[in-house]
Design a protein around this ligand. Structure first.
Ligand SMILES: NC(=O)c1ccc[n+]([C@@H]2O[C@H](COP(=O)([O-])OP(=O)(O)OC[C@H]3O[C@@H](n4cnc5c(N)ncnc54)[C@H](OP(=O)(O)O)[C@@H]3O)[C@@H](O)[C@H]2O)c1
Length: 298
């Protein structure tokens, strides 16, 4: 039986790929919540999805009447929005509440990270905002599935500030021995499309990962793939990282959030449990070795 899926954030990096994979499925009718006035690359992304059959409702998370129009007749909401607390907390809660009133059965909020539910309140604004929204959503009595895939593998692709393939350096905080979960954007989107439609997935966390590696292991793989020696450079220990976070909190909040991600990568506090990476035998997640080979054009 077909299900109607509303995607919020379909012009974004992840949301556009989720919408793409939903459109591949014969059991999905895909509807997009798009903000008016799209231009350039975002317009092109939306147009391509519409050409492939997606329905469009123009609106905004802040425009509650548009959320009512967008959620009528919908079975499942997938949110891949990004933004401040206005979008992540107020906007997503309004979307879930309106959806619930209109009979939506399930929502997948825009979580997509490490286990944000294990973050210390006040320590990681991006994780804390998602956890705040998710708590309210859970209380609405709607099915809720939290997609948790770790960090996107692109964080470690050539050109990233963390690993320099030309100079042969890997940069991290701590000793670089703490493993973190890594998944490509494409696999995250593929898995999200599957889980959204899978009526047997229960409410709660759905954790999965293409790989689980420490920065030291990433350097080992980079060495094997390129034949180059990679120098490993620690920026400091956990205490020094926490001091840097405190300093940045007032002067550069954006940078402070990036350091908060680094903190949890260093100490493993938000690492994922109970991975369900193998749930769908035909969906094989890419590991870092294969991802890097592809990036290096091997
Ligand atoms: N784990 C990781 O390593 C990692 C890395 C990156 C992202 N993520 C997560 O992945 C998710 C998606 O991130 P992304 O980078 O793909 O986001 P993105 O490219 O910035 O796209 C954000 C989307 O949200 C939409 N949006 C924002 N505010 C909205 C509003 N008020 N009403 C309607 N739509 C609104 C945007 O629409 P417009 O086009 O109209 O602006 C856009 O489609 C987020 O939860 C993010 O934290 C995780």
């Amino acid at each position: 039986m077909k299900q109607t899926i509303l995607v919020a954030g379909a012009t974004g990096m992840l949301g556009s790929r989720i919408a793409h994979h939903l459109l591949e499925r014969e059991d999905a009718i895909v509807r997009l919540l798009l903000r008016p006035g799209l231009e350039g690359k975002k317009r092109a992304t939306a147009d391509e999805l519409v050409t492939r059959g997606a329905e469009v409702i123009e609106g905004d998370l802040a425009d509650h009447a548009s959320l009512d129009r967008a959620t009528r007749g919908v079975d499942v909401i997938v949110s891949a929005v990004q933004g401040g607390t206005d979008a992540i907390v107020d906007g997503q809660v309004a979307l879930a509440e309106t959806g619930k009133r209109n009979g939506v059965r399930r929502i997948l909020p825009s979580d997509f990270g490490l286990d944000l539910f294990k973050a210390t309140p006040g320590e990681h604004p991006a994780f804390n905002a998602r956890a705040t929204a998710d708590k309210v959503i859970e209380g609405l009595g709607i099915e809720h599935i939290h997609m948790l895939q770790g960090a996107f593998m692109g964080m470690l692709q050539p050109g990233s500030p963390l690993i320099d393939y030309d100079k042969g350096t890997v940069t991290f905080w701590g000793d670089g021995k703490q493993p973190i979960e890594l998944t490509t954007v494409e696999d995250t989107a593929r898995m999200t499309a599957r889980v959204a439609l899978d009526r047997d997935v229960p409410s709660g966390k759905f954790a999965f990962a293409g790989d689980r590696l420490s920065f030291q292991q990433v350097a080992d793989i980079a060495q094997t793939q390129t034949g180059k020696t990679f120098k490993r450079h620690s920026l400091g220990n956990e205490q020094q990282l926490r001091s840097a976070m405190k300093e940045m909190a007032a002067s550069d909040p954006g940078r402070a959030i990036m350091l908060a991600y680094q903190l949890y990568m260093l100490n493993g506090q938000t690492s994922l449990d109970d991975l369900q990476s193998d749930r769908y035998p035909d969906l094989r997640l890419q590991n870092y070795t294969s991802f890097l080979a592809e990036q290096l054009g091997d």
